[in-house]
Design a protein around this ligand. Sequence first.
Ligand SMILES: [Mg+2]
Length: 357
Amino acid sequence: MTSPLLVARTSVKKLRAPLSQPFRVASGQHDQLDNLLFVLHLKKGLKGCGEAAVATHITGETLVQTSKNLEHAGGWLKGRTIDDYPAISARLHDRFPHNKSAVAAVEMAVFDALTRHLNIPLWRLWSSKPKTLRADITVVIADLEETKEKTRAFYKKGFRAFKIKIGRDMDLDFKRVMAVNRLAPGSQMILDANQGYSARQTLQFLKDLQKAGLVPDLIEQPVPKADWEGLQKVTRETKVCVCADESASSLADALRIIKARAAGAINIKLMKTGIVHAVEISRLARAAGIKLMIGGMMESNLAMTASAHLAAGLGCFDFIDLDTPFFIKGEVGRNPYLSSNGTYDLSMVKAGIGIDL
Ligand SMILES: [Mg+2]
């Protein structure tokens, strides 16, 4: 008898959309959504969808290579069954050590198809009840006026957690952070320097903020990812929780950070680790008392909602950074589980990730 979980064929397509504004961070910017969609068709007619978000200015991955790797993975999966997903994951990590967005796309499609087959929502793999998530909103790098204007608009929409991108200009960053804090009273304040500062600059910046009466809830990736000493120094010398993002680009990186307690929090992104390793990192970090953020690259509803399933199912994430649908034209309106103030409620998902593209 043929297994219903046998892969019949796969396809790779471009996933493109315009943004409502450039998504500008210290290390570069996205002007449009330019990703890849990986679809896996099972013999019995079910399918699963995965997304590879290629952020060349952050990871060095390219669309051309990722597309080739997805084609290759599809060829390998054809004629195999997807129930042994840990083995599939291990094979993908082995084969594509420098293309984790390809690993993420294939794993996402496998988990989507598997949970559609089981007729359960993806979050149900980890919990009997999904946690409702409240996402932050990103204030991208901009001048002071634009920063104020965006903050007012986001606060009015109901956002109460603000992630302010900094790391290019300390004086302007200071003015912008203070302005957001003033215009969004009572909100969670997260700063993300995307590797833009040195350890010394970061500590000075935090001191200046404190003098002005502001202690942020989190500072993310203050120093370059290879500056291990710097990351540890900032973590040691400030009371503000330091979150590793670019420095935690793989399971091995995360392990090193957990062992050395080099950061107080880790930003988990499917595009850095895939799903299987993301679950592993979250368990190890929690056991060590390290906080967790769930984040993403520039991703459509598909990958963002897959990440929301993971966070809603595992229930152990302190910071929810799944806001890129708000920067893609029309995207939020097409997601029945995401409301305009950033709340993800996945209790109505019938099976799989629940997003049809
Ligand atoms: Mg970050």
